[in-house]
Design a protein around this ligand. Structure first.
Ligand code: GLN
Ligand code: ZN
Length: 771
């Protein structure tokens, strides 16, 4: 029988009670010194190793731990440390955190999404002057720790090609600078890191190359071939395992298969399952080790062990040495289902968090090494849990299914053409040109957070809490009236989180108590779980919206989170297509929109900040995705009258690829992030012939800086060159939730001044445009 070993690509870093967050934040605030922080970190790594060992993992990953982010760690390991951060701080640790968070004087590295996950990494800054230098201390220490604990360990680091592809030109390098051109300079530094790890006793080192699962041009594939040919040619190196995940390798598979590396780790879940046929077509991986990712590392459902076994059986025929792993690092899932005491134990059996996934791969490896009989009870329990889930009333709601099946194309379309809607909305709303509005949330003050904590701890009654929310709304409305904004919001004080708020009010969603997942640095999120068919128990937002409207004669926007975002920031079902789940959520939102409209709301905003995020990594999947995603939005919003104005909002500046989809949403008004890119978005919209109203943001809410009225007026004038006056709105980039009240207050005053100033400059006919 084959000898198959279970292994992992990475484990959650935070500890069972987010001890890492507390320690790192404690260090930042001066409560903890560097030695104490390092001690906590080492203890967390020891605990994680112990958990992996107990689960049956016989080769553990090392170096995947991070005080902040693993891409930042890689930048550090190759010496890609910007001068401004070096100069800003004294100790290594402080330079590291300066790169992560900036200091009072210097901005941090930029942060962006790690592929299509909700993890954010720090973007390395590289330029023609970058001098790389190897620093293997972190990798070395963590590897030696694991060995000292008596474990077989495999250091894991981001590979050179992905590192360069994820980097951006350093300020001053020129926007045309291509970091990949530094490959020749970087490879010797990787070779040194590898040699150090070899000297420390590492037999294998894993280099992650997830960037190779996107559609890459020949230049990148050639770079990958060269990188692994050169690293492979070194003699003082460990065996190399090149890992990819999140999608199939495609054209990069033969490149890596031909390279002199000793092993590949491939994902065989979801769209990456195509790796199986590709591997067979290639004739397997003669002489190489394959680490097969057959357990979905980024979702929380118990694996289908039988199916995984049959994939593994096929693979056994294709390779000489096979090992089993989750598809990717377990960084993207919470730690342990057994911590969820509030979950129905029947439902808990359907789930697998990091610890359970480690156990699953161990069971699979045993089944192959010792025969199925050795794990018969585990296989039986897995089958039973999966059957129970499939047959549960919690997952299937006939009424929801029938309603979904009956949806017609007309349901997902506003009955009137845009011009007719625009005219009806103009006469109902009677807004000035360049109307001012905000994106929804107002600052979440310490008082609000305290009110929520008080409610949870029982220090305040539900009525007492509601009164605090009502008071906040009164203040927010009074402020907007005084400042002179045109379309008001209630400020979202009752919402802790724009997805969780709705998830808690929809059937079909589950919530966890300890299901924390790292979003970035010390920020963790607790994504809700889409477990069953979705329906609305009762109106979710009508009461507060109506209350806010009762306080003013100006229109108050209703605020909802769109179907795609409700999916993107949750764990999704794996037992039906995403499109189906999106449609269910859309129908629930459609009812909410109808109720808001019936209650007199003239403007409803449905936020879709995540539309761009769920875009498949490979172009081949994009059309299908954008079709169901935009249909879901239109299904949520398409049932309204002509004079009800639908807004949508998106963050993140890279819209280019999805402009046609933005248009396909058919929203009357869209607000977009634009301030940081100096209105590039407005130009893109104009170039694409965007036909409806738009508010490219003129206030960057990610910064504490308060822009002046003059500055925002300039941005509006710039936008006016792209969007005509009767279709342009004045608004911030995004919600004000994270800003301090004083900052947001002054910025909005300046925003209104700016809009008034630019309005006064408009030729008179622009005025007639609006009712
Ligand atoms: N309405 C939300 C808010 O203002 C939108 C947040 C977002 O786009 N991420 O906070
Ligand atoms: Zn936003």
């Amino acid at each position: 029988m084959a000898r198959v070993r279970p292994t992992l690509h990475g484990y959650p870093r935070q500890g069972p009670h987010r001890e890492l967050k507390k320690a790192v934040e404690g260090y930042w605030s001066g409560r903890l010194d560097a030695a104490a922080l390092r001690e906590t970190a080492a203890a967390l790594r020891a605990a994680a190793r112990e958990e992996m060992r107990r689960a049956g993992i016989t080769e553990v990953p090392t170096g995947d731990f991070s005080l902040y982010d693993h891409v930042l760690d890689t930048a550090w390991a190759v010496g890609a440390i910007p001068e401004r951060h070096r100069a800003a701080a004294g100790t290594d640790l402080d330079v590291y955190f300066a790169m992560a968070r900036g200091t009072a004087d210097v901005p941090p590295l930029e942060m962006t999404k790690w592929f299509d996950t909700n993890y954010h990494y720090l973007v390395p800054e590289l330029g023609p002057d970058t001098v790389f230098a190897a620093d293997s201390r972190k990798q070395d220490t963590e590897f030696r720790e694991a060995r000292a604990a008596g474990l077989d360990a495999r250091p894991v680091l981001l590979g050179p090609v992905s590192f360069l592809l994820l980097a951006k030109p350093a300020p001053g390098a020129g926007a045309d600078f291509v970091p990949l051109t530094l490959l020749d300079r970087l490879l010797p530094v990787y070779a040194l890191l590898l040699a150090d790890l070899r000297a420390a006793g590492a037999e294998w080192v894993q280099l992650d190359e997830p960037a190779l699962v996107a559609d890459q041009p020949a230049s990148v594939l050639n770079a990958a071939a060269r990188a692994y040919r050169e690293l492979g040619a070194r003699t003082d190196r460990p065996k190399l395992l090149v890992a990819s995940y999140f999608d199939r390798l495609g054209d990069a598979l033969p490149v890596l298969a031909k390279s002199p590396v000793e092993g590949l780790a491939l994902d065989f879940t979801g769209p990456a399952a195509a790796n199986l046929d590709a591997l067979a077509a290639l004739g397997g991986l003669p002489g190489k080790r394959l680490v097969a990712g057959v357990v979905d590392g980024r979702n929380i459902w118990a694996a289908d062990l039988e199916r995984a076994l049959s994939t593994l059986a096929t693979l056994l025929g294709l390779v000489d040495r096979l090992d089993v792993a989750p598809s990717c690092s377990l960084l993207h899932v919470p730690l342990d289902v057994t911590a969820e005491r509030d979950l129905d134990p029947q439902v808990a059996r359907w789930l697998a968090f990091a610890r359970q996934k480690a156990e699953e791969v161990a069971v699979l490896a045993r089944a192959l090494s010792e025969g199925r009989d050795a794990v018969a009870p585990q296989l039986a329990a897995n089958r039973a849990a999966r059957a129970a889930r499939a047959g549960s009333a919690l997952t299937r709601d006939t009424a929801v299914r029938e309603r979904c099946a009956a949806v017609t194309e007309a349901d997902a379309r506003r009955p009137q053409p845009y011009a007719q809607r625009a005219a009806a909305q103009r006469s109902r709303l009677a807004l000035p040109p360049l109307p001012t509005t905000t994106i929804g949330s107002f600052p979440q003050t310490p008082e609000l957070r305290r009110a929520r904590a008080d409610l949870r701890a029982g220090r305040v009654t539900a009525d007492g809490y509601r009164e605090r929310i009502a008071e906040e709304i009164r203040e927010v409305i009074a402020f907007q009236e005084k400042t002179g904004l045109d379309v008001l919001v209630h400020g979202e004080p009752e919402r802790d989180d724009m997805v969780a708020y709705f998830a808690e009010r929809l059937d079909g969603y589950l919530a966890t108590r300890h299901g924390w997942v790292q979003s970035y640095g010390t920020r963790y999120v607790r994504p809700p779980i889409l477990a069953g068919d979705v329906s609305r128990r009762a109106p979710m937002t009508v009461e507060w919206t109506v209350f806010a409207q009762s306080l003013t004669r100006r229109p108050v926007k209703g605020m909802l989170t769109g179907p795609v975002t409700m999916l993107a920031w949750s764990f999704v079902r794996d037992d039906q297509p995403l499109a189906e789940t999106a449609r269910q959520v859309a129908l629930a939102l459609r009812d909410e929109v109808a109720d808001l409209e019936a209650a007199g709301t003239a403007v409803v905003q449905v936020d879709e900040p995540a539309l761009r995020e769920l875009l498949p990594l490979r172009a081949s999947g994009r059309d299908a995705y954008l079709t169901w995603a935009t249909e879901a939005f239109r299904l949520a919003t398409g049932g309204v009258r002509a004079d009800t104005q639908i807004h949508t909002h998106m963050c993140y500046a890279e819209f280019g690829e999805i402009l046609p989809a933005i248009e396909a949403l058919d929203a009357d008004v869209i607000s977009l992030e634009a301030a940081r890119s100096r209105m590039a978005v407005a130009d893109e919209l104009a170039a694409a012939g965007y036909p409806r109203e738009a508010g490219p943001g003129v206030y960057d809410i990610h910064s504490p800086r308060v822009p002046s009225a003059g500055e925002m007026a300039d941005l509006l004038r710039h936008a006016l060159r792209a969007v005509p006056a009767d279709r342009l709105w004045a608004n911030p980039d995004c919600g004000l939730k994270t800003r301090r009240p004083e900052e947001a207050g002054r910025a909005l005053e300046n925003l209104v001044t700016a809009a008034r100033r630019v309005r006064a400059e408009l030729p008179p006919q622009a005025d007639r445009g609006r009712g």
